[in-house]
Design a protein around this ligand. Sequence first.
Ligand SMILES: Cc1ncc(COP(=O)(O)O)c(C=O)c1O
Length: 436
Amino acid sequence: MSNTNVNEAVSLSSEQIRSKHKEFLFPSVANYYKESLAIDRGEGMYVYDPEGNKYLDFFGGILTVSVGHCNPKVTTKIAEQVNKLQHTSTLYPNENIVKLAEKLAEITPGKLKKTYFTNSGTEADETAIFLAKHYTGNQEIIALRHSYSGRSLLAMSLTGHSNWRHGGTHLPGIKHAVSPYCYRCPLGLEYPSCEIKCAQDIEELIMTTTSGEIAGFIAEPIQGVGGFITPPKEYFQIAVPIIKKFGGVFICDEVQTGFGRTGKRMFGIEHWEVEPDILTAAKGIANGTPLGATVALTEIADSFTGLTISTFGGNPVSMAAALATIEVIEDENLAENSYEVGLHLREGLEDLQKKYPSIGDVRGLGLMQACEFVKEGKQPDGVLVGKLFEEMKKLGVLIGKGGLYGNVVRISPPLNVTKSEVDDFIQAMDSSLEKC
Ligand SMILES: Cc1ncc(COP(=O)(O)O)c(C=O)c1O
């Protein structure tokens, strides 16, 4: 026993982790890859498996690792906070909760001011929908096809993807407008001669499928799980006034698009120059520490004074992680880096598109870029994406999947990625595609 390596004694191999995962976790905890990838540690752009193999993470932990894995500027603040005070619950205020709420009031668009903190994007959206209903006194909600809101019964009912809507429609009163999905226009039109009919159609949707008095409209500026579907620039300026006309508020889901991800701006919706009434955030807000935030206009937030509690919402450790993450994004000008390196990434992907006709569409903003893979006649090619995943993994590069048909590759590295890391990535995509 005396010469036993402590690490060896306590660490599991990738194989053991995979086997225990199968035995003890719900099978619905889906993993990527034919042979799932166990991850042991992360540093900057890279993650490592238990055997020490290195992977370039170009999905950023599902657009969550904003400033690089285990960024010391964030982990130091987390460690300091853990050792000082880990938990109080929202029954007692703390310095971090007020500092972060004040910061969000400063950086979110328009007059958004007050925040309710939870643990996830799902809860952030739940809080927003409840608040919209309470504030307006109306019940019906407009959501979008191809959207994703999370895994609660309400969030699944909001979600516009059969793959993620298990057990049917759990909650009534949600109507799904067509998606502003130009590459596969649901109305068979072409931009710009379409005159953004997808947005205009919301009026008829409300008049024909609701009571005519709605609580709100929930939409992602770029539909993330949907495969980074990027609406035309006029979309929200047409859609949101229609929502207002029928009494609703605009809930902007920035769970994927927030905190510099889309380049130049802190929040995705700023590219469309529309101000939300309620904004939801999670994922990239705290670089991987669980945190959801619902930020609302004062009059909307103040409309609800009933009791509600989130045991872990506003946890001082999550607050410290978010404050540190936002500080890094601001100090290192990462929204600008997202724009510049995002352009470089986009050029690389468009070059690949010229070489590989299977790349039907390249879309997105900043460091939120996607390639939609197709066969002849724009038939979705999810099989090719499956092969590409395996080839990229062999080269030590991680990517994300999306789209209704699983035929979209999502590319979203941490915001402090460099052009040279993007070049490595493009090279890996190129040689992997050659083998597919
Ligand atoms: C746009 C959007 N909203 C909400 C959610 C739900 O977030 P969470 O998984 O943290 O509950 C997600 C998760 O992918 C998302 O992409």
